[in-house]
Every structure is written in C-alpha cells, then in structure tokens.
Design a protein. Structure first.
Length: 295
C-alpha cells in the first residue's frame, strides 16, 4: 500500500521534484492529481503522469467537488461533461481514480446536504442512471470513477454499497473507501466489526482509501462525531491496516482535512509505527532510475 496526503501536493510538473523530497521525509509514494487537472492540456497531463511515475509515485486520486445530483438539469448536464473531461484527463495522466460523493438534491446545492430523497429506492435508480451516463462511451484504460460513502445518502452501509455496485456492474466504477465516514452509533464501540464486514463484502471493489479517525464529542448536547487525528479516535487502525495491507501493492491511501504539514507529519508517523507493529509497511518511493540497481 502507498501512503500519501493532501500535503505535499504538486500542481505542475516543475513542482514534483520538491514534492519528492518532502515525500521521502515522511515515507510517502502516493500523490493526488493536481487540483486543476481538468484545465491541463493533454500534453501537460501526460507529462505530469510520466514524471510522477519516473519519480516513483502513483497518482491516486482526482476529486470532483460540484454536486452532481443538482436538480437544475442544465447545471447537471454541464457538471456531467466536466466530470467526463476530468476522467479523460486523469486517464491520460495515469491517475487511478476520479472520486466524488453521491451528492444531494437539497436546494442548497451542497453535495453533502441531508435530504430524505437520498435514502430512497428512487434515488438509487436515479444515481445509477447518472453514473452510467457519466461513463457512457469513455474509453478509460487506467482510471475508474469511485464513489465515497457518506451518511447523507444510501451509499453508506457495506451491504447497500455492494448492492449498488452490483446494480451498476461497470468495469470503470468502484468504491472509494473512507471507513471513518461509515461509522455510526451502532458501530461506534465495535469498529473492528464494521471494518471486517466492509472488507469481507467490498475488498474487490476498493479503488482508493482515506485514512482518518473519529471521536464522539461528549460536550455537545446532541449527537456529534468529530474527525480527529489518527489514534485519537475509536477507529481500530490495527484491524483497518491489516485488512488494507492485504489489498494490491499499489493501492493508494491518503490522509486529508488536516490544518498544516505538522499535523500530516504526525499522522504519517503514527501510521508507519502501527504498520511496523503489524510486521508490515507502506511502499516507499523508488525512482525509476534506481529500479533494478543493487543496493
């Protein structure tokens, strides 16, 4: 498995060498695609991917932020075209995935806004048709469209996710696993059970991974879960890492949502420590010029 984070990140080919130096400090070999990937020319995208691979990186994810389930059909059509363009650029770059949440039909147009429709069979059917519309005719050789679980839609519990993946049944469609997003009251005190259920059902469909942790806030009057530093919440990381390390070698796993490089450094260090305790480790960056050389 290859570790990375929202920091460090390169937006251009010229920045990749500096990112490589930082990555070696933290034992990383996965990077995110540039935030402006959709605006890159085909040649720029190809050059970025080629240089990243030469430096020993796997480009793991590009993120599509607009709400794809908007009820404004003209806006939706425009966003579908933008997402298709991003997927094509990602494929040229050699980025493994384009990721997004299901979205929301809420009038706010926020992709994570709760709305009762998002839990209905009608929503499942609509989103299935939307996914197939996005992928229709795209000749993706290296990139897959991944959906991230979130508790504001049906795409949340392992069995519901599996049912939806089967209903789409497309080789370029899979799961972006964020196990923290799947923790609920029922599993808060037994995240090991949730993790094992997730991997037992969904391991073959995982395309990329996020690494975060979660803690129940006892000072808040009503239910409130907080995203916290790895090791400061209840997610059973030893079970999580053990199941993750059984996946393919080039699987990418990213830390995100932290305030600064120092916080990322702490998360990376904790992950390396726990991996070593389990007798494993993350794949380190190895530039192409060094592959095959005697150490």
């Amino acid at each position: 498995m290859r570790l990375g984070g929202s920091v460090p990140r390169a937006e251009t080919v010229a920045e990749l060498d500096d990112v490589a130096v930082t990555a070696d400090t933290y034992g990383l070999s996965a990077i995110l695609a540039p935030a402006g990937i959709v605006d890159m020319s085909d040649d720029e995208a190809a050059a970025f991917g080629e240089r990243a691979r030469a430096l020993g990186f796997v480009v793991g994810e590009s993120w599509f932020d607009p709400n794809i389930m908007t009820r404004d059909l003209e806006t939706r059509a425009h966003r579908v075209q933008s997402l298709r363009a991003m997927a094509q650029k990602a494929d040229i770059m050699g980025c493994r995935s384009v990721c997004l949440p299901v979205g929301s039909v809420d009038a706010s147009d926020h992709p994570l806004a709760p709305h009762p429709y998002m839990f209905t069979d009608e929503c499942r059917a609509e989103f299935r048709e939307l996914v197939l519309r996005i992928l229709d005719g795209l000749d993706l050789k290296r990139t897959r469209l991944l959906v991230e679980p979130w508790n504001t839609s049906f795409f949340y519990r392992p069995d519901a996710i599996l049912d939806f993946l089967h209903s789409v049944d497309h080789p370029s469609f899979a799961l972006h696993l964020d196990q923290m997003n799947m923790v609920d009251q029922q599993h808060y005190f037994c995240t090991d059970k949730l993790i094992n259920e997730t991997f037992d059902l969904l391991a073959p469909y995982i395309g990329s991974v996020h690494l975060k942790d979660i803690r129940w806030d006892p000072t808040h009057k009503f239910l409130k879960f907080d995203e916290v530093m790895i090791g400061e919440g209840v997610l059973d990381y030893r079970v999580y890492l053990r199941r993750l390390f059984a996946l393919e070698r080039d699987m990418t796993a990213f830390c995100e949502h932290l305030q600064n490089e120092g916080e990322y450094a702490v998360n990376f260090a904790r992950l390396h420590y726990m991996a070593a305790e389990l007798g494993g480790g993350f794949v380190r960056r190895q530039p192409a010029s060094l592959v095959g050389r005697p150490s």
